[in-house]
Write a protein that binds this ligand. Structure first.
Ligand code: GAL
Length: 846
């Protein structure tokens, strides 16, 4: 950015100007052992992942501005090869895939970008970001020393780098990109593949560096990353990490803010106190770049979810929720953390820490620079007990598992475990938009054995047949049953069908009737269907509908993993004993009839006869398309979702756009409370146990017309579409709990930063969604209240007018701020005690 103007300015000074200019152009972004250096300045950079295809372009600016207001300097995104190159040489950079537009918004917000090109990205994204056609390039083997793979990878990487260069997107050209990533977490893989792994990794690094982007490259989780590539850390904690050379900075490219959801699993919540602790611990150790994965997770629209079984919501418990709303207190508390880290920036980048023990599990990290800056971090790693430590002859109280930040080495401005910002409880409310007059179309099962597209003796691998153009593949065969079978006369048991599948889900139809279903899991994709089957004398059709629920995105050579019914398929209990159907003649049909007929299309002329909902028997039919035409968009600006609780499993589209897969699989998990203290793992802090893993499906506002919207649902199992509803997401209640400043901090703030008198009075801020106001105050206490949002209680000290003061200032307003000062509450309810103001308020439509 500045580089250009400086280089132009020096050009006339011909002698060393040329060298200097070249240096300046090439060196706008460099690094040293302390930090990434931008235009000559070492920076502590706070970054957050926002993946552009996981939201709609109309949401991008708001997400990026919220990220900026949340204290971020950098937006990080992967590049998703499979959406950009759907078939070899055909590129798509439109709509949700308009990477340049996304980066230009980042730039105009004044933020930097980290472009993680991969092109392997993992990311819980279908096939880890690889286009499925890549699997069919002759002789290919993914992510190893293999010429066809390396050629394809280089081709796509060059395509992206050239696109970025042509749009002046690199910082060396005045653009926002300060870093790029090649590959993704290859270290463990590389070790397994031995020399081929190491050779490929070295090739990838050199290939990338030779593209001459003018900004550094990183490789995450790759401890052998060759110079000048920086190896970086990913994880829940990274304070143990050091780069592989002393002259590289300590960078954390994925600080996991929560975890992804899988159908059948719980919702993962990572407490913000622990996340803030992990970040502070990384910074106190000397880390200078941290990227939240995810800052906004968003939605796996369409069939982009990886797998198998990654849910459509990719909310991730991120600071910005799936819908783009701030998740409080996570967003606000991290923002406070970022501000306090920034107050320490000068000291952090110019010194190494002096680490001193303050107790068994307590330390101080002090950074003092020659120019007089001093910043300190006081840490307590004890997971149970708060402690009082002595530091520089003063006492400090440290809650369990927490770090206090002292940007002047004296006054605490932030403690990771003390959450002072508003907590918001979100809620799905009726949107006011009525869905009525459902119409129905049944997949025609009677023609099971006639309309198949081809046949073969034996069972075929699913992706080889579908090329992933649909989740669905029919395997159909027939069996002749002699009339002498004893089960036909009511003697003996019904025959049992056993179907071995390599993934991911299966519905079994006998003579057009659903006989049962079976599913694998993400950990164990293989499973067996075992069920009694109702056969009749004569010819019976066996239809196996095999379903891919997202292609694998991680694991050694996942491109070679099988999906579908590979057998054996055996009928047990016939008079001849067992009948192995595995090598029978099987008919194959890719996809559903409704997909072939494009039932999701908004064309007014329908290719099929839809049946009015009221004419349909109440019985819930499997394999049914449901259509809702033409409802109106709800008023207002709140984000919208479909409540699919009454349905089973399938996919849903609005105006021809795929909202994604839905599945009301019930969540298994451990929902017995959550203590922030102690190492976070995805096995703790679950929510939503014994409820559908995902009930609500994001409907982007941008996909709706004011009038006349078409909703199409394909249901595999059977459900009640009349109970589907459109809901809007807004704040139900807000809580705030803020302490008055310690007298020392008041004075220090004013002395060091010249703030006005206002700083003396911290404020409680309450904010409902746009279109809402605060309708009542359910709790308010100025004094020494305690408890948490939803269960606050008065303490021994309480100003009796707390409630009426808050009511007067806040009720009827969308937002309000109340200063924590005695004058506001008439008099000091308990002199010489440190007081707090704690409030819980309800939000309602204005
Ligand atoms: C990381 C990977 C990311 C994502 C994450 C889990 O290991 O680099 O792409 O998959 O795990 O959400």
């Amino acid at each position: 950015m500045e580089c250009y103007s400086i280089s132009k300015w020096v050009l006339p000074f011909i002698f060393f100007a040329v060298t200097l200019a070249v240096q300046l152009i090439h060196c706008t972004v460099t690094y040293d052992r302390k930090a990434i250096v931008i235009n000559g300045q070492r920076r502590i950079l706070i970054s957050g992942s926002i993946h552009y295809p996981r939201s709609t372009p109309d949401m991008w600016e708001d997400l990026i501005m919220k990220a900026k207001q949340g204290g971020l300097d950098v937006i990080d995104t992967y590049v998703f090869w499979n959406v950009h190159e759907p078939s070899p040489g055909n590129y798509n950079f439109e709509g949700r895939y308009d990477l340049v537009r996304f980066l230009k918004i980042v730039q105009s917000a004044g933020l930097y970008a980290h472009l993680r090109i991969g092109p392997y990205v993992c990311a819980e994204w279908n096939f880890g970001g690889f286009p499925v056609w890549l699997k069919y390039v002759p002789g290919i083997s993914f992510r190893t020393d293999n010429e066809p793979f390396k050629n394809a990878m280089q081709g796509f990487t060059e395509k992206i780098v050239n696109l970025m260069k042509s749009e002046n997107m690199f910082e060396s050209q005045g653009g926002p990109i300060i870093l790029s990533q090649i590959e993704n977490e290859y270290g463990a893989q590389s070790k397994l593949y031995g020399a081929a792994g190491h050779g490929y990794m070295t090739w990838a690094a050199n290939m990338a560096v030779n593209l001459g982007t003018g900004v550094p490259w990183v490789m995450c989780k790759e401890e052998d990353a060759p110079d000048p590539v920086i190896n970086t850390c990913n994880g829940f904690y990274c304070d143990y990490f050091s780069p592989n050379r002393p002259y590289k900075p300590t960078m954390w490219t994925e600080a996991w803010t929560g975890w992804f959801t899988q159908f059948g699993g719980p919702i993962h919540k990572r407490p913000v106190q622990d996340l803030a602790f992990a970040v502070a611990k990384f910074i106190q150790k000397g880390g200078s770049f941290i990227n939240y994965y995810m800052y906004h997770g968003g939605t796996n629209f369409g069939r982009t979810a990886g797998g198998p079984f990654v849910a459509t919501s990719y909310d991730y418990d991120a600071p910005l929720d799936e819908y783009g709303l701030t998740r409080q207190p996570k967003y606000g508390h991290l923002n406070e953390l970022h501000k306090s880290i920034k107050l320490c920036e000068r000291a952090l980048v110019s010194a190494d820490p002096i680490v001193t023990s303050l107790g068994d599990l307590q330390q101080s990290h002090v950074y003092s620079s020659e120019s007089g800056d001093c910043a300190a971090f006081l840490s307590n790693y004890n997971t149970h007990s708060p402690v009082r430590v002595m530091f520089n002859n003063m006492h400090y109280n440290l809650p369990p598992w927490s770090i206090s930040i002292l940007p002047d080495c004296r006054n605490v401005v932030f403690n990771t475990a003390k959450v002072g910002v508003q907590t918001s409880e979100m809620e799905m409310q009726p949107s006011g938009s009525e869905l009525y007059s459902w119409e129905t179309f049944n997949e025609d099962l009677s023609s099971l054995d006639q309309s198949s597209s081809f046949s073969s003796f034996g069972l075929l691998e699913q992706i080889n047949v579908t090329k992933d153009t649909s989740d669905y593949l029919w395997y159909k065969t027939s069996v002749d049953i002699g009339s002498s079978e004893s089960f036909l006369r009511g003697e003996g048991k019904l025959p049992t069908l056993i179907v071995q599948s390599t993934g991911h889900a299966l519905h079994v139809f006998i003579n057009g009737q659903l006989s049962g279903s079976a599913f694998g899991t993400r950990e164990n994709r293989r499973f067996a269907f075992t069920g009694k089957v109702n056969l009749r004398a004569g010819t019976n059709t066996i239809g196996l509908l095999s379903i891919a629920v997202g292609l694998p995105n991680v694991g050694g050579h996942f491109e070679s993993w099988n999906t579908g019914v590979l057998g054996p398929v055996v009928l047990h209990g016939l008079s001849q004993g067992k009948l192995d159907l595995s090598w029978a003649k099987w008919n194959y049909e890719v996809g559903l009839k409704g997909e072939a007929k494009n039932l999701i299309s908004t064309d007014s002329i329908s290719p099929v006869e839809w049946v009015q909902g009221s004419l349909i028997a109440q019985r819930q039919q499997p394999l049914t398309w449901h259509k809702q035409a033409y409802f109106e968009a709800p008023e207002g600006e709140e984000p919208l979702a479909l409540d699919m609780e009454s349905m089973g499993k399938g996919q849903v589209w609005i105006n021809g756009q795929s909202i994604g897969r839905y599945w009301t699989a019930y969540a298994n998990g451990n929902c017995n409370g959550c203590n922030y203290a102690g190492p976070y793992r995805p096995t703790k802090c679950h929510s939503g146990c014994n409820q559908p893993t995902q009930r609500w499906y994001h409907v982007p506002r941008a996909w709706l017309n004011a009038r006349s919207n078409l909703l199409v649902v394909f249901e595999e199992l059977g459900g009640d579409p009349t109970k589907i509803s459109l809901v809007k997401r807004s704040v139900r209640s807000v809580c705030a709990d803020v302490a008055e400043y310690h007298p020392m901090i008041k004075n220090w703030h004013i002395e060091s930063y010249g703030h006005s008198e206002e700083i003396r009075k911290p404020k409680v801020h309450l904010k409902c969604s746009p279109g809402q106001t605060i309708s009542s105050i359910s709790f308010a206490s100025y004094g020494t209240p305690f408890g948490t949002c939803g269960s606050f209680q008065q303490g021994t000290c309480h100003a009796p007018n707390s409630h009426s003061i808050l009511e007067k200032k806040c009720v009827g307003e969308q937002r309000c701020a109340v200063s924590i000062s005695n004058t506001n509450f008439g008099e000091d309810p308990c002199p010489n005690m440190l007081k707090r103001l704690t409030v819980e308020a309800t939000c309602s439509p204005a």
